[in-house]
Design a protein. Structure first.
Length: 165
């Protein structure tokens, strides 16, 4: 069932198949609360409506509404799209975990890079101003790195709350 596009609507040109598949996928996404049969009825109803007002989406589709193979293919495609949505929903926690891991890895890489660089003039100036504003003694800056200054500034701005254990 992985290659549904290669097994349905074979009587259409590749361009027609692609356009129809894309439209049907967005149609299902818009009407996820309906069943496959209800979706098929709604799709036929909408296409007939657009035909009546003279704004046809797909001429080649309207000609095939009486074709049982076509209607069967649409049902197969709708079922496949529902299956895809279910798979994506099942994989959502895994994807979110992967994103969190990647974010942490980027943070570690950035921290590593900052630990090798000398602090900028702006950082030094900001650290001095923050120390004066909060009446905190400055730490020695001769061997400090960008990461050190960033951490010292964050300690001053957002002091860790000490628990009374």
């Amino acid at each position: 069932m992985q290659y549904i596009k290669n097994s349905v609507f074979l009587y259409f040109t590749p361009r027609q198949r692609s356009q129809l598949a894309s439209f049907l996928r967005s149609f299902v996404k818009k009407h996820q609360n309906l069943s496959v049969d209800e979706l098929l009825d709604k799709f036929i109803e909408e296409e007939n409506y657009y035909k009546d007002i003279g704004s046809i989406h797909f001429e080649f589709v309207i000609e095939n509404f009486s074709n049982d193979e076509f209607l069967s293919d649409i049902k197969k495609f709708f079922s496949y799209v529902f299956w895809e949505f279910k798979q994506k929903e099942a994989q959502k926690p895994l994807i979110l975990r992967q994103k969190a891991i990647q974010k942490e890895a980027r943070k570690r890489a950035n921290d590593f890079k900052m630990s090798k660089l000398k602090p900028t003039k702006k950082q030094l100036w900001y650290y001095e101003k923050i120390c004066k504003a909060h009446n905190v003694a400055q730490k020695p800056l001769d061997s400090a790195t960008r990461l050190d200054l960033k951490n010292w500034i964050m300690e001053i701005i957002e002091p860790k709350e000490e628990s009374d254990d």
